[in-house]
Write a protein that binds this ligand. Structure first.
Ligand code: SF4
Length: 82
C-alpha cells in the first residue's frame, strides 16, 4: 500500500525540488549512492560527498528514491513551489 502511494506521488509533476543532506550525520553505508550513483556521490571514505543539490528536470524520481533509501533519514526533499 505504502509503495503504491509512493509510486503515485513520484509520478505527479512537481515544481522544482531541492535535496538537503545532513552530511555530518552520514554513516557511510552508501544506500543513496546505490540507488542513484550520479546524484549522491561518495567521498573517498565512502560517505556522501555533498550537502545537497537542486534536482535537474528528469532526475526527480531518482532523487526521491535515493532520499528514501537513506536509513539515517538525513536526506530531505524540499518542494520548491515558485
Ligand atoms: S544513505 Fe544516508 S547514511 Fe548512507 S551514505 Fe547516503 S546519506 Fe550517508
Amino acid at each position: 500500500m505504502e509503495s503504491a502511494r509512493a509510486t503515485q506521488l513520484e509520478s505527479v509533476a512537481m515544481g522544482k525540488l531541492k535535496i538537503r543532506i545532513e552530511r555530518a550525520q552520514c554513516v557511510g553505508n552508501a544506500r543513496c549512492h546505490a540507488v542513484a550513483e550520479h546524484l549522491y556521490p561518495l567521498d573517498q571514505d565512502g560517505y556522501v560527498a555533498i550537502d545537497g543539490f537542486e534536482v535537474a528536470p528528469g532526475d526527480e524520481l531518482m532523487a526521491r528514491r535515493g532520499a528514501r533509501a537513506c536509513p539515517e533519514r538525513i536526506i530531505t526533499i524540499i518542494e520548491d513551489e515558485d
